[in-house]
Structures are given as C-alpha cells and as structure tokens.
Design a protein around this ligand. Sequence first.
Ligand SMILES: *Cc1c(COP(=O)(O)O)cnc(C)c1O
Length: 374
Amino acid sequence: MSSHVPPVDLKAEFREISSAATKRLQDIFKSGRYILGEEVARFEREFARFIGTRYAIGVASGSDAILLGLMALGVGPGDEVITTPFTFIATATSIARLGAKPVFVDIDPDTFNLNPALIKRSITKRTRGIIPVHFYGTPCRMDAIRKLAKRHRLFILEDCAQACGAYFRGKRVGSLGTIGAFSFYPTKTLGALGDAGAITVSDRKLYEKLKSLHLHGEDGKFHSYRHLMVGINSRLDAVQAAALNVKLKRLNQWNQARRRAAARYTQLISAANIPEIQMLKEPAGLQSVFHQYAVRAQSRDALYAYLKSKGIGVSIYYPIPLHLQPCFRPLGYRKGDFPEAERASREVISLPLYPQISLKQQKDVVKALKSFYS
Ligand SMILES: *Cc1c(COP(=O)(O)O)cnc(C)c1O
C-alpha cells in the first residue's frame, strides 16, 4: 500500500483563495507600502469583530503575541506565571524571557489541557497570572479558570495559537481572558504566508500599552521617534494582513470542514475496531477547531515510523513536556512531576487533518493504522 496523505495541504488551501489573494498582493506591490497600512488596519478591525473583543493588534508571530501580552501586563523578575507543561515551547519561554518563572501544572488526560482542579495548590504570593493553552484546538475549562483568576486577582492570557475560531460556551477563545494571543504560522487554522500573529484585548489601557510596545514603545505616532517604553519591533506586514483578510472570510467554513473530518476519523476508527488507539473526547460545551486530530496510541513510536514509511503524514506534538526541556533545567523540575503530561508526550500522535482532506485519504490513514496493529 502506498497512499500519500500529507500532514497538511497548504496548496489546496491556496487554490481556494488564489484569485482574491493574488489581486490584493498585486495592489500591495503597486502601492509600495509594505509595513502597517490599510490592510493591517482592516485586519485588526475584522479580527477583533471575529473574536469578540474591542481591539486586536497585528504582530510578527504568536510567540511575540504572548511575550508582548506579558510585557503589557507588567510581568517581570520575581513573578510567577502558571501554565501547562504540554504545549509548544513559546508559551513558557515568553515567561522566562521576562525574568519571571513558569510554574507548571499538570493536564487533564481527557482534553490534554491545563487541569483547573490542580491550579489552586500552585498559587503563591508571587503568582501574577495563568496562561491557559487551548491545545489541539480544544478550549480550556475557562469557567473554572476564570473563577480562580478572579478569586486570586490573577490575569489570564489565553494562548490561542492552536484554536483560532474555537468556542467555549458560545464565546470565542481570545475573548475569555485579559488578553488573547494568536499565531498565524502557516499551518494554524488561520495561517499567513509566513510568520504572523495577533493580540486580542478589550481593556483600553492595555490596548494602548500594547500598541506602543509592539512599535518600540513609540508614543502612538508611527515614526515620531519618541519612545515612552522599552518595546520591541513586532509588526504585522501588509502582505500577511492581505492574505489573512482573504482567509478570515473562509475560516468558519474551514473550521467546520475540520470538525467534519474529525468526526469522520472518529467513526472510521471506531468501525475499524482498533483497541490500541484511544480517541479524544470533546467535552460538552466546548467546540474544538481540531487544529490537530490527536489520538493516544500503544507503541506510539513504532506506529509513527510505520505510518511515515507508508506515506502517511503523521506528527507528534510534542514529544518532550516543557518541564523536562534542557532549557528549563534551572527551574528544578524532575521526571515524574507531571505524570499526565509525560504520558501524553509518550502516547500522542496526530493524524493528517486539514479542511480539504478527502474521505478516501482518511480511509487510507485508518487502513494503515489497522494494518500496523494486525
Ligand atoms: C504555534 C504556537 C505558538 C507560537 O506561535 P509562532 O507564531 O510560531 O511564534 C505558541 N503557542 C502554541 C501553543 C503554538 O502552537
């Protein structure tokens, strides 16, 4: 059997938007205006409306969105910020870059997200906030997290990098905390033509601070060269904004297609009766956008190698939990500290999933899964 199913298919996505996107890109080339400008302003307006916040700010990447969010919230040396060890490295390095300490809390094995029941015991006098990560596109239990944050006066910075468009009880992620951070890395549910990101916020003071911080702390007039704060250079450029403006119009439709494809996997895998594979359950009230369709698998590493050899584009997000990353050795965590995050890192495997995946491709994936275990 030699089926080729890519992990994502950005070419198929581009085919859907190519005429609209090409037109806008040509307009940008003709204008010669590549930084900020009307496309960026339009995207910021539309994106805020889409998420349901008062403001959105385009930035250069999802990592910068998290970093800038923490900078605006005044996080610095001596502060502690609670987050999950089962996430992409940028969630926690952003905390560390500001001299603050990432404090990890284990995940809920059913959702792979921060377990709210375990947060309380990690709150200290130094705790400033929580970064819930809506991992694989599944919203965190934001009701419980918000209750804790309110009681202990903590900020919530939602890491929405994998969950653009997902809902928690009828509200979009990115509108449920103090600040939302988004990545438009090309493979995310809303992807740019390179690196890009955004911050969502409703508080006016925070918004104004963020507006300044991402433009080197300038006083609100671009190229005034008067700097109120020590900021960074992190702008969304016009080319990325143009692509995002075209794609944002399709996002609901694409996310629905992801959900349908995920439901199809669940059906096909159940019907194939593969007890070695355990599927993720979507809890009531949460609407995932299935950035990843991840399952737990017995003999995961051998399965991964086998599927790769058959041309099936599987991936592992992520093989090493953050508390065991060499760069975080100074934090003093040990193996065994977060058993669920460690088990997830050993067991998870993401199957190919993108809006344009065909039934035939999904059947090929499940056939290959079945053949590995039989
Ligand atoms: C992708 C991702 C980021 C970082 O986004 P970049 O745009 O690549 O900087 C942060 N957090 C999570 C959970 C991500 O998946």
